[in-house]
Design a protein around this ligand. Structure first.
Ligand code: DAH
Length: 427
C-alpha cells in the first residue's frame, strides 16, 4: 500500500490505495489521433461528457450509495477535454507523442461513462474480492455493482473486446481519500494499451505462466513498453534521467513503475506492464499479447506547470484560466495567497470509525476551502478502552480572504454533524 502526502511522490495523484498490494455499454467517442491531439474536440467540454454532468445519475437511493452531492457535482466537467486547461494540455501533449510513433494508430477514447461496473473496474482486471481498493471506504458506489471508476483501467477490457489493438483512454476517476494539496477525490488518468501484431508474436503461441514470462516475445513487449514510455517522458520533460522499478499490479505481469529525476528529485510517474494473459482471455483476445500503462494527469500537470495545489484545477477563477493556452507549457503564477485559518477538533472514536468518512463530511460542509486535514494527536485511554483523535483542519480559499466568523460557523457544523453522522463523541 502506497500512501504519500508529498506532492511529488505519488503515482496517479490521489491513490489512497494503489493496486500494488498483492494482499490486496455505454457511449464512447472514438477519434483518431491528430497532431494537435484534438481532432474532434473543441473548446469547453464536448456534449459527450456534458451529458454526464447530471448529479442525479450518481445519487441513487440504493443502500450502498455513498456518493455525496459535492462529488456528484464534479462529474462531467470534462477538464481533460478542454484544450486550454492544464489537464487538457497535458493530455494533448501525450496524444501528440503517440501520434508520432511509427507502428500503430492509437484510437482515442475520452468520453466513456464514469459509471462502471465492479466487473469492469475490478473482476476483469483480476483485482481480488478482498482488495482494499474495492472497499466503500475507498470507492464511491452508486449501487452494489456500479461505481464511479477508480481508474481508467476499468475500460481496458471493453475496448479490447471491441477489437481495439492500440488505444489511449483518458477520463476523470474518483477515490475517497485524505485531503491535502495533492489529494483530491476526483482526478484524471490516461491509460494506454498496445497489442502486438500476431506475426511478431508467433513464438508466444500457447505459452503461459513462467514459460511466457521467460519467452523472447515477453521480453520484446517489455522492451517496447519501456522505450515507448521513456520517449513519452522526454517528450514531456525534455531529456531526463529515468529509472525502472519492479512493481505489482494484478492486471500485468511483469509490472513496472517508472521514475524520472526532476529538479534533483526522483518522482514516480506511472505504472505499467505486460498485459496479463487472463485479462486478454477475459476480453476474448487470448490470441494476442501486449502492454498497458496508466498515469495521473494532475501529477504531471502540477510538475510541468508548477501548480502548487490540486484544487486549482477545479476553480472557475479567470485568473487561473487566463494563464493557459493550448499547446503551451508555462509556469503558473500564483495570483494570490490568502491566509489559512486553522481549527482543531478532537473526539472519541467509535469502533469501525473510517477516516475518509470524516474527511468527506468536512468537504461536504465547507467545500474546497478545506485545504488540508491532518491527524495531529491520538491516544488511547486504557481504562475506558477508548481512542481519541485530534485533527487539524486548514481552511483556505484560493480566491478570497476568509473571515474568522464564517469559519467558526463551518467548524461548528462539522462538530455537530460528525457527532450525528459518525457517532463520535466530540471532546
Ligand atoms: N490503474 C493503475 C492505478 O490506478 C495504473 C496502471 C498500472 C494502469 C499498470 C495500467 C497498468 O494499465 O498496466 O494505479
Amino acid at each position: 500500500m502506497k500512501i504519500s502526502t508529498a506532492i511529488l511522490s505519488i503515482t496517479s495523484l490521489s491513490p489512497a490505495h494503489s493496486w500494488t498490494a498483492p494482499a490486496i455499454p455505454r457511449f464512447t467517442s472514438r477519434t483518431k489521433v491528430s497532431t494537435t491531439g484534438f481532432t474532434q474536440l473543441h473548446s469547453a467540454p464536448p456534449s459527450s461528457s456534458t451529458k454526464y454532468a447530471d448529479p442525479s445519475r450518481y445519487l441513487s437511493d440504493h443502500p450502498n450509495n455513498n456518493v455525496p452531492p459535492h462529488i456528484a457535482a464534479l462529474v462531467g466537467k470534462g477538464l481533460h477535454t478542454r484544450p486550454n486547461h492544464p489537464i487538457g494540455i497535458i493530455r494533448a501533449k501525450i496524444q501528440e507523442y503517440f501520434s508520432s510513433l511509427p507502428h500503430q494508430d492509437f484510437t482515442i477514447y475520452d468520453a466513456e461513462d464514469p459509471i462502471v461496473t465492479t466487473t469492469q473496474c475490478f473482476d476483469d482486471l483480476r483485482i481480488p474480492p478482498d482488495h482494499p481498493g474495492r472497499s466503500p471506504s475507498d470507492t464511491y458506489y452508486i449501487t452494489d455493482t456500479t461505481l464511479l471508476r477508480t481508474h481508467t483501467s476499468a475500460h481496458q477490457s471493453e475496448h479490447l473486446r471491441s477489437g481495439a489493438d492500440a488505444f489511449l483512454c483518458a477520463g476523470d476517476v474518483y477515490r475517497r481519500d485524505e485531503i491535502d494539496a495533492s489529494h483530491y477525490p476526483a482526478f484524471h488518468q490516461l491509460e494506454g494499451v498496445r497489442l502486438f501484431p500476431v506475426e511478431e508474436m508467433k513464438g508466444a503461441e500457447g505459452k503461459e505462466g513462467q514459460e511466457w514470462l521467460e519467452s523472447e516475445e515477453c521480453k520484446v513487449i517489455a522492451e517496447d513498453l519501456k522505450a515507448t514510455l521513456e520517449g513519452l517522458m522526454d517528450h514531456l520533460f525534455g531529456e531526463t534521467e529515468k529509472r525502472w522499478n519492479e512493481d505489482y499490479f494484478p492486471f500485468t505481469s511483469p509490472s513496472y513503475e517508472l521514475e524520472i529525476k526532476y529538479q534533483g528529485e526522483w518522482l514516480e510517474v506511472l505504472g505499467c506492464g505486460v498485459v496479463h494473459e487472463e485479462v486478454l482471455q477475459t476480453s476474448d483476445r487470448a490470441d494476442r499479447r501486449g502492454w498497458a500503462f496508466g498515469l495521473g494527469l494532475e501529477r504531471l500537470a502540477m510538475i510541468l506547470f508548477e501548480i502548487p495545489d490540486i484544487r486549482l484545477f477545479w476553480t472557475e477563477d479567470q485568473r487561473f484560466h487566463s494563464q493557459f493556452a493550448s499547446g503551451e507549457i508555462v509556469k503558473f503564477e500564483s495570483y494570490s495567497k490568502y491566509p489559512p485559518v486553522y481549527k482543531d477538533i478532537a473526539f472519541w472514536i467509535p469502533e469501525g470509525f473510517v477516516e475518509n468518512d470524516f474527511f468527506e463530511l468536512a468537504r461536504g460542509i465547507a467545500g474546497d476551502i478545506v485545504e488540508k486535514m491532518e491527524l495531529i494527536d491520538e491516544f488511547t485511554n486504557p481504562k475506558k478502552g477508548k481512542t481519541s483523535k485530534c485533527y487539524r483542519i486548514t481552511y483556505r480559499s484560493m480566491d478570497r480572504s476568509l473571515t474568522n466568523e464564517e469559519i467558526d460557523a463551518l467548524q461548528m457544523q462539522v462538530r455537530e454533524k460528525v457527532a450525528e453522522d459518525l457517532g463520535v463523541e466530540v471532546r
